[in-house]
Design a protein around this ligand. Structure first.
Ligand code: GLU
Length: 373
């Protein structure tokens, strides 16, 4: 993505809403504001945009439900409050989207879930399936088992990882400020909003540096998230969630907030990442039909097209695909482990269930997780 006008072409957004906005600075959930964002998201969906929501706000809602007047200090109490509040959070989104006939789904993730190959591919598959079912996933950090956000306000970087999971072309971080400024707008009335920059520009990092960081979940974590997202080809807009039609303005290419562009395209970024992996865990020997389908038609790889399997690997690991002369034609993330792959190779996908006793994905390697060599 080069500039604002490209946003009109985007189709796949991750929208992150932070606690300060959702709870109007620490009260319980601001239900009216949530309903207004849901209206905007619904309009985007009607325009054909796939939406994944990343939402904080569980701790604040939990405090309200538990009648706590001040934020607990002990991390385990914050975790407990988050567990209570998460119920309110999902209830609120579900009923707001229900008014438009749309279901939501709760996804609680940790950073480790995306670092572990098997969990990564599980999360990716579930999110893809939810989108196919027209459901809006609502993601938060799994505060029961990790405390990154509770400690560092870091749902921003989780949102960047989610952008990678769903191959988003745009990450929108809604916050309580207009965007990134060239000086602290609270103490400097000349501070100017930066309308656009490269997500990897070091000088932007310096502007948001520790000294001027706006506390937990401040601009620094947002810039880091934008940089992380850019690594997998996603551009980011940081904008104020308090603007009445902020999502529509962004979609219309208006100069709201700060656009931080990714210089590589999603597919290129993904290809570079897969191509750069040196630890390939196994090899699939494809028959001529499968080589043709994968290489010429951009299809997913099915078990029926595999003639032999080398190596030992787990679900989610990176596998080389070779033709009958042994030349690498593609590589990708495999949906079955080596033993299962040997049992289903050469068979059509409808036999997977009877051969393995369960069925995972119909594809051995989904085309989204496959790049040609
Ligand atoms: N993920 C948590 C939430 O949704 C943490 C936010 C916080 O520490 O306030 O509330």
């Amino acid at each position: 993505m080069q500039n604002r006008t490209d946003i009109k072409q985007s189709q796949n957004w991750v929208i992150k809403i932070g606690s300060a906005l959702l709870t109007n600075d620490g009260q319980g959930l601001d239900v009216a504001a949530i309903q207004a964002w849901v209206e905007q998201m619904f309009a985007l969906r009607e325009a054909g945009i796939q939406i994944t929501l990343v939402s904080s706000g569980a701790v604040a809602e939990g405090m309200q439900r538990l009648g706590l007047t001040s934020r607990p200090h002990a991390v385990h109490e914050l975790q407990a409050a988050a567990a209570v509040g998460q119920m309110g959070l999902v209830q609120c989104y579900e009923s707001a989207f229900q008014k438009h006939g749309i279901h939501t789904a709760q996804i609680l993730l940790t950073h480790e879930d995306t670092a572990n190959r098997e969990r990564y591919i599980n999360a990716r598959s579930t999110l893809r399936t939810l989108h196919e079912m027209n459901v809006i996933p609502v993601v938060n950090e799994n505060d029961t088992v990790v405390t990154d956000e509770i400690r560092f306000g870091d749902n921003d970087s989780l949102a960047a990882l989610v952008a990678n999971l769903v191959d988003a072309d745009l990450l929108v971080i809604l916050t309580d400020q207009e965007g990134l400024f060239d000086a602290d707008p609270r103490s400097n009335s000349d501070a100017k909003l930066i309308q656009q920059g490269d997500a990897n520009d070091e000088s932007l990092m310096a502007l948001a540096g520790e000294g001027s960081a706006l506390g937990r979940g401040g601009m620094l974590t947002k810039l880091r998230a934008a940089r992380l997202a850019a690594g997998s080809g996603t551009s980011t807009v940081i904008a104020s969630g308090r603007r009445a039609s902020v999502l529509q303005e962004i979609y219309a290419g208006e100069a709201v907030g700060t656009l931080l562009t990714a210089s590589t395209e999603i597919l290129t970024a993904r290809k570079q990442w897969l191509a750069g992996q040196i630890n390939l865990h196994g090899t699939l020997h494809l028959d001529a039909g499968a080589v043709k389908k994968v290489c010429e038609q951009g299809s997913s790889l099915l078990a029926v097209g595999v003639a032999a399997v080398d190596g030992s690997f787990n679900r989610g690991e990176i596998i080389r695909c070779v033709d009958d002369s042994g030349r690498e034609v593609a590589r990708g993330l495999i949906n079955y482990n080596a033993d299962e792959t040997r049992r289903i190779m050469g068979q059509s996908s409808e036999h997977i269930e009877e051969l393995l006793g369960y069925v995972g994905e119909a594809e051995l390697i989904h085309r989204d997780n496959l790049v040609l060599s």
